[in-house]
Design a protein around this ligand. Structure first.
Ligand code: HEM
Ligand SMILES: [Cu+2]
Length: 547
C-alpha cells in the first residue's frame, strides 16, 4: 500500500478484463470502488432500519406521559444507540462512503480510487463497529447518550460503554482512511482533460468534507480513548474529584461533533448541486460560489464548536465570539440555497422523485437552518438548552436535510448503479409519506421545547401529552414510509424498467459509461469537452419518465 498505482488509470482498459462482478463478490474484500460504494450503501440502509426501529420504540414509550413500555435502562440504551447508529452507521457511511466511493472516480474519469486496498479496509472497519454496537445490548447497552459526557458515562459505565467507544473509534478510523483516499483521488486521478473548474460540484463538496474529517476526527478519537482509559484503567482525565476536568471532554467531543454536522451535510449539498441542474435542465447558477462556499463552510465550521457549550460555564466574551462565528456559517449556506433556487428559477423542471426530494430538502433545510440560527444565539440557546427544541432542530436538519438528500441521490443514481429505473409512482408515495411524516414528527418538538419539555426523558408531565402524541403519530408515518421505498428498491433492482446509459440526459462523466458501469469504468477513458452543467446548449430528447 506504499504508493498509489496510478498506472491503472491508463486511457485504454487492459484486454480480457471481466465485465461484471457476481453477487457474491459483494460479500468479499473487493477493491473495486463501485463494489465498495454498494457495500457501504447496503450496510447503511440496513442500519437505517435498526436505528429507525429504535426511534419507533422511543416514540412508543413517549406516546403517554408515564408508560413503562421500555425499562429505563432499555430506553437509555435505545436512545444512545439510535443517535449513534443514525449518525455513524447511516448518514456518514451512506453519503460519504457510499456515494463518495461510487461516484467520485466515475465523475472525474478515473478507473478507481487512488488507493483501492485502503478503500476496502476503510469499508471493512464498519461492520465490526456495527456488531460492537449491537453486541453492547448483551451487556445492557450504553446508557450515556450519543455524546457520552462524563461524569455520566463514567458513573453508568459498563462493558457496553467500552464497546460503544471501540465502535466509534473504528468508524472514525474508517472515515480518516476514506478521506485521505478521496482527496488524493480527486487531486491526482482526474482525466487530464478535466480542469479544476470542470470538476463536478459533488467532488468539490467531497474535498471539503474530507479536509474537515481529517482535522476533526482524530480529536474525537483522542477524547474517546481518554474516556476509555478513565473507565477501564483507572486514569482520571475527566474525574473532577481526582483533578480531572469534564469540560475538556466536551471540547474534544464538540471539536469533532460540530464539524460532523457539516460532514453529513456537505456531501448532501454536493448531491443537490448534481440533482437540481439535471432535473431542472439548467446550468447550475454560480458554480464557483457553490464550490468555494463548501470550502468556507469547512473552514468556519471548525471554529464554532463552543456553541454547544454555552451553558457549560463558558464566559460571556466567548459566548459572543462563538455566537458570531456560528451566525457566519449561515452566509455560505445561504449562498448555496440562493444558487439552487436561482437554478430552479425558470428551469424546465421535471418532477421526478429525485427532484421532489431535492426540493423537499430545500424547504426542510431552510426551516432547520433558521432554528439553528436561533440556537446559535447564546441567550436563546440558554433558554431552550436540553429541551425538545434542540431535538426538533437537529432532526429537521439531519432528517429533512441528510435523509432527503440520500433519498434524492438514490432515485437519481439508482439507474446508473443497477441499470434499472426505480418505479416513479411508488417513489411519489414514498415522498408524500416522508414529507408529511417529517413535518408531523419534528415540528411539534419545537413547541414542546419552548414549553419546557426536557430531552432524554422517558416520562414527562401530563401537560405535554397532546403534542407528544402528534409526534408519535408522525413517527409511525415515517416508519410506514420506508415500506414503499425498500420494496421499490428490491423489486426494481431485478425487474425495473431498463434505464439505458443516460436516462436523465445528464452531462457529468458517470453518465457516459454503461449502466451499471463495467469493471474499470470505461473501455476508453472519456475526454472532457464541456463543463458538467451546460444544459440547454444542445437539442434534447424529452424524457419518458417526465410528467
Ligand atoms: C437519520 C435520521 C436521524 C438522525 C440522524 C437522528 C439522530 C438523533 C440523535 C443524534 C439523537 C440524540 C441522542 C441523544 O440525545 O443522546 C436522537 C434522539 C432522538 N431521535 Fe433521532 N435521528 C434520526 C431519525 C429519527 C426519527 C425518524 C425519529 C422518530 C421517529 C427520531 C426520534 C428520536 C427521539 C425520540 C430521540 C430522543 C430525544 C431525546 O429524548 O432527547 N429520530 N436522534
Ligand atoms: Cu454545532
Amino acid at each position: 500500500m506504499a504508493q498509489a498505482d496510478l498506472s491503472f488509470n491508463s486511457p485504454v482498459a487492459p484486454h480480457g478484463h471481466p465485465d461484471k462482478w457476481k453477487w457474491y463478490h459483494y460479500f468479499t474484500f473487493n477493491v473495486d470502488h463501485k463494489v465498495i460504494g454498494i457495500q457501504y450503501l447496503v450496510t447503511s440502509f440496513l442500519f437505517y432500519l435498526v436505528g429507525g426501529f429504535m426511534a419507533v420504540m422511543l416514540r412508543t414509550e413517549l406516546a403517554t406521559p408515564d408508560s413503562d413500555f421500555l425499562s429505563p435502562e432499555l430506553y437509555n440504551a435505545f436512545l444512545t444507540n439510535h443517535g449513534t447508529i443514525m449518525i455513524f452507521l447511516w448518514i456518514v457511511p451512506a453519503a460519504i462512503g457510499g456515494f463518495g466511493n461510487y461516484l467520485i472516480p466515475l465523475m472525474i474519469g478515473a478507473r478507481d480510487m487512488a488507493f483501492p486496498k485502503l478503500n476496502a479496509i476503510a469499508f471493512w472497519l464498519n461492520p465490526p463497529a456495527g456488531a460492537l454496537l449491537l453486541g453492547s445490548f448483551y451487556f445492557g447497552g450504553a446508557q450515556a447518550g450519543w455524546t457520552s459526557y462524563p461524569p455520566l458515562s463514567e458513573i453508568t459505565a459498563n462493558a457496553a460503554q467500552t464497546l460503544w467507544i471501540l465502535a466509534i473509534v473504528l468508524v472514525g478510523t474508517s472515515s480518516i482512511l476514506g478521506s485521505v483516499n478521496f482527496l488524493i483521488t480527486i487531486w491526482k486521478m482526474r482525466v487530464p482533460s478535466m480542469k479544476w473548474d470542470q470538476i463536478p460540484l459533488f467532488c468539490w463538496a467531497m474535498v471539503a468534507t474530507s479536509i474537515l474529517a481529517l482535522f476533526s476526527t482524530p480529536v474525537l478519537a483522542a477524547g474517546l480513548i481518554l474516556l476509555l482509559f478513565d473507565i477501564n484503567f483507572g486514569t482520571s482525565f475527566f474525574k473532577p474529584d481526582a483533578g480531572g476536568d469534564v469540560v475538556v471532554y466536551q471540547h474534544l467531543f464538540w471539536f469533532y461533533s460540530h464539524p460532523a454536522v457539516y460532514l453529513m451535510i456537505l456531501p448532501i449539498f454536493g448531491i443537490m448541486s448534481e440533482v437540481i441542474p439535471v432535473h431542472a435542465r439548467k446550468p447550475i447558477f454560480g458554480y464557483k460560489a457553490i464550490a468555494y462556499s463548501s470550502l468556507t463552510i469547512c473552514f468556519v465550521g471548525l471554529f464554532v464548536w463552543v456553541h454547544h457549550m454555552f451553558t457549560s460555564g463558558t464566559p460571556p466574551w466567548m459566548r459572543i465570539f462563538f455566537t458570531i462565528s456560528t451566525l457566519i456559517v449561515a452566509v455560505p449556506t445561504g449562498i448555496k440555497i440562493f444558487s439552487w433556487v436561482a437554478t430552479l428559477w425558470g428551469g424546465k423542471i421535471r418532477y421526478t422523485t429525485a427532484m421532489l426530494f431535492a426540493v423537499g430538502l430545500l424547504s426542510m433545510f431552510v426551516f432547520g437552518g433558521l432554528s439553528g440560527v436561533t440556537l446559535g444565539t447564546a441567550p436563546f440557546d440558554i433558554h431552550v438548552h436540553d429541551t425538545y427544541y434542540v431535538v426538533g432542530h437537529f432532526h429537521y436538519v439531519l432528517f429533512g436535510g441528510s435523509v432527503f438528500g440520500i433519498y434524492s441521490a438514490v432515485y437519481h443514481w439508482f439507474p446508473k448503479i443497477t441499470g434499472r429505473m426505480l418505479n416513479e409512482k411508488l417513489g411519489q408515495v414514498h415522498f408524500v409519506l416522508t414529507f408529511i411524516g417529517t413535518i408531523l414528527t419534528f415540528t411539534p418538538m419545537h413547541a414542546l421545547g419552548m414549553q419546557g419539555m426536557p430531552r432524554r426523558v422517558a416520562m414527562y408531565d401530563a401537560q405535554f401529552t397532546d403534542l407528544n402524541q402528534l409526534v408519535t403519530v408522525g413517527a409511525y408515518i415515517l416508519a410506514v414510509s420506508v415500506i414503499p421505498f425498500y420494496s421499490n428498491v428490491l423489486w426494481s433492482w431485478n425487474k425495473g424498467e431498463e434505464a439505458g446509459d443516460n436516462p436523465w440526459n445528464a452531462l457529468t462523466l458517470e453518465w457516459t459509461t454503461a449502466s451499471p458501469p463495467i469493471i474499470e469504468n470505461w473501455e476508453v477513458l472519456p475526454v472532457v469537452t464541456h463543463g458538467p452543467y451546460e444544459y440547454g446548449h444542445e437539442p434534447e430528447k424529452e424524457l419518458e419518465t417526465a410528467s
